[in-house]
Design a protein around this ligand. Structure first.
Ligand code: AMP
Ligand code: DBH
Length: 552
């Protein structure tokens, strides 16, 4: 699994073209923050709730914090190229921490707050991380203890760094990593800046190496496409380490434009509407199920939402009906976003006609984003307007996952196109409509679940002979996961609640625990004897379930 290079560079000829076109400008994220602090010194950069209380930091203060923290992390022993698993919720410290790591040239690995032992151990061991940087307790979960277990199990991890109170022995308090700024060598702008996560389709989530140059290009263009300015206020509603709220345009796009970033500690309508009113938020991004909840809540709210100009919806398909309700209910424009941590991001533009905004997932950021819509079997391009698998290549789409040679051979075409696994149709105007997918993944309201990862957890149970996880349609989340399980013949047959508990207790993010488990005698098979997931999906879609997915 640790075969393959850390980073697969673009071919020299294309890299030269991206530089000549001005896409790649040779600027690092650290240098960007330095220039932002000069341009917007006392303007508010970030607003949020830190464990220490409310925070409101200027660009100058953010810059100073990042410098001092970089020096503190250096003092601890972290160096350029070291990997650091980062698990922070939506706290203001997220920003100085990532910029400190960028300045140091250490690579954050962007874990989500929902990740547990299984995922964090994988990120740490696969990246041979030197440190885990986390929060003490968040949403009543002890993240410091989780990080401690990772440090025990993964030999490369030498430091656990904790934001806020924790009683973890041996952990370093983030607050103590405050040192006078020091000169640090400037990282290579064409080198890796961080490892982002893929929702994945196979066993375990893949790590995605993104460079300063490529990511900064997508961030700069995203800020322009979303019309961000120093007057804008961007609210990070989703977990900020995710590629979407990080970069599309996300907190980085907002800072790039000199806007104010507000971090929502929770995405519920009460919390968010209060923040929109108080901070005069102009733009935020959500997943479709959250948009649906807000649309309903907006009917009764007494909060003043009039500052909101744009609601972005992405991460999963926004249906036409929901799309049509957003403008009238929230008094703002809808922007659809179809992106992926591997690179390509599509937006509907703010001046697109209604047909495009309501009925498509937008078009790519860049004219240099190459798009192919192909027959999944032959890779031959389909006729214009027909449905096919989306392949893409371009100035901010990776050429290979981190240390994943074998997987790269199937995830990319020989000429370097990334196989997104999405089924799309391209309109005559060049807009993309997502119509489905060929990858074995469940998109649970924007949270991606790799079928194989969950199948592996289920098959670790002694009573399970075989498992197949498929998506089932769901009114609220778009999809939920359904696990079909064939029990071992001569052992007690495990029950559905038992198997769900078993998966949860193996230490996985809660959204990966199968929503429904069905124990069956055998799987339907295809002509060549493979499990027919198509038939399993059809079976679950045809059934009417009056009962709710089991909880607990
Ligand atoms: P990841 O590769 O884990 O970053 O997940 C990206 C995937 O999320 C895409 O390949 C799509 O399958 C899905 N996705 C993201 N945005 C949208 C959208 N607006 N509509 C439909 N699917 C989306
Ligand atoms: O789902 C995603 O991964 C996603 C959605 C919208 C994304 O990575 C992005 C925008 O950048």
């Amino acid at each position: 699994m640790s075969d393959g290079p850390d980073h697969t560079p673009w071919p020299a000829e294309l890299a030269a073209r991206y530089r000549a076109a001005g896409h790649w400008r040779g600027q690092t994220f650290g240098a960007l923050l330095t220039s932002l602090a000069e341009a917007h010194a006392e303007r508010t950069a970030v607003v949020g709730e830190s464990p220490a209380g409310p925070a409101r930091w200027s660009y100058r203060s953010l810059d100073e914090r990042a410098h001092r923290l970089a020096a503190g992390l250096y003092g601890l022993g972290l160096r350029s190229g070291d990997r650091v698993v980062l698990q922070l919720p939506n706290v203001p410290e997220f920003l100085p921490v990532v910029f400190a790591l960028f300045r140091l040239g250490a690579w954050p690995v962007f874990a989500l707050p929902a990740h547990r032992d299984s995922e964090l151990c994988h990120f740490a061991s696969h990246s041979e991380a030197k440190a885990v940087l986390t929060v003490g307790t968040h949403e009543r979960y002890d993240h410091a203890a989780l990080a401690g277990r990772v440090a025990e199990r993964v030999a490369s991890v030498r430091h656990v760094i904790v934001l806020g109170p924790s009683d973890g022995a041996g952990a370093v308090a983030l607050d103590e990593l405050d040192a006078p700024p020091r000169e640090l060598p400037e990282p290579d702008p064409e080198g890796v800046a961080f490892l982002q996560l893929s929702g994945g389709t196979t066993g375990l989530p893949k790590l995605i190496p993104r460079t300063h140059d490529d990511y900064l290009y997508s961030v700069r263009e995203s800020a322009r496409i979303c019309a961000l300015s120093p007057e804008s206020v961007y609210l990070a509603t989703l977990p900020v380490a995710h590629n979407y709220p990080l970069s599309s345009p996300g907190v980085l796009g907002a800072l790039h434009a000199g806007s104010t970033v507000v971090l929502a500690p929770r995405p519920d309508a009460d919390t968010v509407f209060e923040l929109i009113e108080r901070e005069r938020v102009t733009i935020t991004g959500v997943v479709p199920p959250l948009a649906a909840v807000w649309v309903q809540a907006a009917e009764h709210t007494r909060r003043d939402l009039s500052s909101l100009r744009v609601l972005q919806v992405g991460g999963a398909k926004c249906g036409r009906e929901l799309a049509e309700r957003i403008g009238p209910a929230l008094g703002c424009s809808l922007q659809q976003v179809f992106g992926m941590a591997e690179g390509l991001v599509n937006y509907t533009r703010l001046d697109d006609p209604d047909e495009v905004v309501l009925g498509t997932q937008g078009r790519p950021i860049s004219l240099d984003d190459e798009i192919r819509v192909v027959d999944p079997c032959s890779d031959a391009e389909v006729a214009p307007g027909e449905v096919g698998a989306l392949l893409t290549r371009g100035p901010y789409t990776i050429r290979g996952y981190y240390r994943a040679g074998e997987h790269n051979a199937v995830a990319f075409t020989p000429d370097g196109f990334y196989r997104t696994g999405d089924l799309v149709r391209r309109t005559a105007g060049g807009h993309i409509e997502v119509v489905g997918r060929i990858k074995e993944q469940i998109n649970r309201g924007g949270e991606k679940v790799a079928a194989e990862e969950v199948e592996n957890h289920l098959m670790a149970h002694p009573g399970v002979l075989d498992a197949a996880v498929v998506a089932m349609p769901d009114e609220q989340l778009g999809e939920r996961s359904c696990a079909y399980v064939v029990p071992v013949a001569d052992a007690p047959t495990p029950t559905a609640p038992e198997l769900r508990r078993f998966v949860r207790e193996r230490g996985v993010a809660a959204f990966k625990v199968p929503d429904r488990v069905l124990v069956v005698d055998a799987f339907p098979v295809t002509g060549v004897g493979k499990i027919s997931k198509r038939e399993l999906r059809a079976a679950i879609a045809a059934q009417e379930f009056s009962d709710q997915p089991t909880k607990g």
